[in-house]
Design a protein around this ligand. Sequence first.
Ligand code: HSE
Length: 371
Amino acid sequence: MKKKVGFIGWRGLVGSVLLDRMILKNDLSKINIKFFTTSQVGHNGPKINNIKFGILENAYDLQKLIEMDIILTCQGSEYTKKVYFNLKKLGWNGFWLDASSYLRQNSNSIIVLDPVNYNFIKKSIEKGCKTFSGGNCTVSLMLMSLGGLFSENLIKSIFVSTYQSVSGAGSNYIKNLLLEMGNLHSSVKNDLKKNNISILKIENVVSSLLKSNNGINNFPPLAGNLIPWIDEDDGQGKSKEEIKGEFETNKILNLSKSKKIIIDSVCVRIGVFRCHSQSFLIKLKKTISIKEIKSLLINHNKWVNIINNDKINTIKNLVPSMVSRTLKILLGRIRKSSFGSKYITVFSIGDQLLWGASEPLRRMLNILIKL
Ligand code: HSE
């Protein structure tokens, strides 16, 4: 019998990337899927490969949800908050698979990233775990990147600087960035055509425009700019995105307090459309050669690609545009740090909508439907 899967939030950015992947990998034929909606109850569901997927069900109708073996939601934390516990109270015993961060800290939930924690996932299912969350995008991408070092228990601590694309903040920010780019260009369009105009004059016009505006929809401008803060303020000098890094990594790896890996970061939003990049300074537990490190990294999973640490290869290949819409995990700038022989640097890039959000959920769905 095919499992009944209720899909909520399939029209958002993460949800639609996930649905596209499910179509590509023929996952829909393996399940009995029902599409739910928070805003268009009774409308027609999607038509995929000429197959109509029925009428959209109400995503708040607990009696409909309770019929599902698996609930897959990309609707966000507010939805999970409103529905998950009420459904549990009714005695629903299905699997909850969630892209949002709402249940990640819950002790009954497992954060899924099966190329890294498959054994932990398997044991948790055997013990009766029913709640699974996808990890934060930078955390999942870091674990996919450095999996070879984590699995060998070689990492003592990491400092990471992130360079996160605007699509991580939501689909509107892709539009905002394009509009900002257009506005900046328009402000100097005529001057750019003149041969004898000082570039500093042009720079002054765009910089003044950046200073004087609040971006679009009150989001600070990102074209020609960056924002070194992502998500909420904990009041102690850290952003929520930075706190997630250490907590979720240790939870995914199922490390006890005494074995905890120290991870500190500064998370930065930059004017890139898609793909998150991260620059790591890693303290290893022992001195290992770069050759051995590369071999551990590349052998961990088939998606890791190592770019040679030289100028030509780096500027051509170690860039977000080479990764966008692929499952590749690019690693480069791998070298010993001047901090000492146990310190190395690594720069990684991955598509945060794929490995950072939808792909771990799609793969987890496939694990669940085989049970
Ligand atoms: N928190 C991420 C970001 C998005 O703001 O880029 C998804 O995990």
